[in-house]
Design a protein around this ligand. Sequence first.
Ligand SMILES: Cc1cc2nc3c(=O)[nH]c(=O)nc-3n(C[C@H](O)[C@H](O)[C@H](O)COP(=O)(O)O)c2cc1C
Length: 178
Amino acid sequence: MDASPNSVAATPVTLEAAFRAAMRRLAATVTVISTRSESGLRHGMTATAVTSVSADPPAVLACVNRSAALHAQLGLGRRLCINLLHCSQQRLSEVFSGAVEGEDRFAQGEWLSDAEGVPYLADAQANIFCEVEALHAYGTHSICIGRVVQVVCRPDVAPLVYQDGAYMCTGPLATPQE
Ligand SMILES: Cc1cc2nc3c(=O)[nH]c(=O)nc-3n(C[C@H](O)[C@H](O)[C@H](O)COP(=O)(O)O)c2cc1C
């Protein structure tokens, strides 16, 4: 067996291709990051590179490609909402990752605005409202750290998961593990 570090099974590949192959094995809950620009336009983008950073103060991070339209909206102090999608919301993920452009994306799903005007998905599994406190450019992306200012959770825990280039729902293991 080829055990060289930059390989997938027995096929040698570039480091970049091996990294992409590894990332296909990192299952992640699908989110839509939403915000409103100073001119009042809504912006939203599907993202899975979202994770918790700190419990106290509560903070999250999102990695946003510098080529994405949302990137220009990520100034310090900007309010965002990270909407954690339910496994019934695959179409929303597709719409917010390029199937539809600009404000028209918000025609899909039930979008409301909070007191600050931040758009949020009313039937997401959870809405994490945050304020951008730090931005760090790295390679193709910027790491955006948001201090959490409010959270809304709905009872149903059934995330839309992206794994190996496909959408799926989670479920219990068929047999208990030893
Ligand atoms: C499941 C999924 C997860 C994604 N995760 C991210 C992500 O974490 N960060 C990112 O910058 N783009 C991510 N993308 C790509 C963006 O959603 C996509 O490029 C989007 O169309 C860019 O926004 P724009 O069309 O408004 O420029 C993801 C796409 C999909 C389908």
